[in-house]
Design a protein around this ligand. Structure first.
Ligand code: PMP
Length: 428
């Protein structure tokens, strides 16, 4: 065994074997429950997307069942270059400025593996999509955290994700000579914050000043509410050459199971991502890429018009957001109204008497609370502590994340649970 101990070591994986999704997806499947946990729609993708997929697999082109170009199916990279070239104000070469990946997950993985080395620091804004930190570690780098801090909401108003802001001096202090990259996720999962142009410009100026890369995770780019604007940091001065923009067809067309994502960026960065991709995943599913090429073409033609899926999806999701906000308020929780994404965080402090805290436990309180809620109330959410680094997990464990990309029956079932719970609590 002494000999074996060296063989079974995996230094870069130490401490990152636990994963919130494995645990809570299993719980949601084990107990009869209304699942507002993991982020996926329980409604179907639009008909034109499904039809395009069926045509891809059932049409006459039998080559769509075989490997396609390793760095992206030609039809898909062509339309992605046209579409995003227009939005970024940048001419994109489909062959060198676009890389198709297995979801945004692989896109992120390629960024870190390709461009982060031993000794490099990567700045991550908390709360953050949880895989960033282990991905930095697997690449040999070190994560450096900076927190979005909530300021008090206006009296009588619910807090908004926009009330959570970075302290400019604190952010600036995180940039050192070892900083290789900053990860920016706007709209942000789990908070739903949509970074303003001023906030983005401040981050961009720091990147330029300190010669730092930006990995911009924009998977929720179309899910922005109340007339807010999604700013693409790659379009700001000095940023194209140092930014990798990441997107996901899962979020864009409500097809998370298709696992198609992409990166956009300058060739001098993407060439390294292509090396990681070609030596790990190599090809992405052909038929799904063909279908998404057709779907993007349709969206290109109807861009900004009322029949655009992107326009309709955000309108529908805004209504669902408002519904869940109302249900939570009526039930006694304090939701933080998100400006984007299909998530919201809610403060459940009023419910603390239901589940006693165990201060010395390794498990943050929000995680224990949700387990109790799943078993006793049949409602699934995700603990917000999962989106914080270890030293900060306890500071925000009075918050839980709900997903509202759900059909009416699911949102109604959640509303009923919350209403019933509130009645029981007030003894009525
Ligand atoms: N980034 C963020 C912020 C996400 O929320 C997700 C999915 N939950 C991903 C990346 C991964 O997306 P995909 O499903 O396309 O791999």
């Amino acid at each position: 065994m002494t000999k074996m101990s060296r063989l079974v070591q995996a230094r870069r994986l130490e401490g990152i074997d636990k994963n919130v999704w494995l645990e809570f997806v299993k719980l949601a499947a084990t107990y009869p429950s209304v699942n507002l946990g993991q982020g996926f729609p329980d409604f179907p993708p639009p008909d034109f997307v499904k039809e395009a997929f069926m045509k891809a697999i059932g049409g006459g082109n039998i080559m769509l069942h075989q490997y396609t170009r390793a760095f992206g199916h030609p039809a898909l990279v062509t339309i992605l270059a046209r579409f995003f070239g227009k939005l970024l104000g940048q001419e994109l070469d489909p062959l060198t400025n676009v890389l198709v990946t297995v979801g945004a997950y692989e896109a992120l993985f390629c960024c870190f593996q390709a461009l982060v080395d031993e000794g490099d620091e990567v700045i991550i804004i908390e709360p953050f999509f949880d895989c960033y930190e282990p991905m930095v570690k697997m690449a040999g780098g070190t994560s450096v955290f900076v927190q979005l801090r909530p300021k008090a909401a206006e009296t009588g108003k619910l807090m908004s994700s926009g009330d959570w802001q970075l302290d400019p001096a604190e952010l600036a202090s995180r940039f050192t000579e070892r900083t290789k990259a900053i990860v920016l996720n706007s709209p942000n999962n789990p908070l739903g914050k949509v970074f303003t142009r001023e906030e983005m410009e401040f981050i961009a100026d720091l990147c330029v000043k300190h010669d730092v890369l930006c990995f911009s995770d924009e998977v929720y780019e179309w899910l922005v509410y109340d007339g807010k604007e999604h700013i693409r940091i790659a379009s700001l001065p000095g940023m194209w050459d140092r930014t990798i923009t990441i997107g996901s067809a899962g979020k864009t067309f409500s097809t998370t199971g298709w696992k198609v994502g992409w990166t956009l960026g300058p060739d001098h960065l993407l060439k390294h991502l292509r090396t990681v991709h070609q030596n790990s995943v190599y090809h992405c599913p052909t038929a799904a890429q063909e279908a998404l090429a057709q779907a993007f073409q349709r969206e290109f033609d109807s861009y900004g018009k009322p029949d655009s899926y992107f326009v309709q999806l955000s309108q529908e999701l805004q209504q669902k957001r408002d519904w869940l906000v109302r249900s939570l308020v009526a039930g006694g929780m304090k939701p933080i109204v998100p400006e984007g994404t299909y998530f919201l965080m809610a403060d459940f402090s009023e419910f603390k008497s239901e589940v006693p805290d165990v201060p010395d436990s390794d498990e943050p309180y929000d995680s224990r609370f949700i387990k109790w809620m799943i078993i006793n109330k049949g409602l699934v959410a995700i603990p917000v502590s999962a989106f914080y680094s270890t030293p900060h997990k306890r500071n925000f464990d009075h918050l839980i994340r709900f997903c509202f990309a759900k059909e009416e029956a699911t949102l109604k079932a959640a509303e009923d649970i919350l209403q019933q719970w509130s009645l029981e609590k007030t003894g009525q």
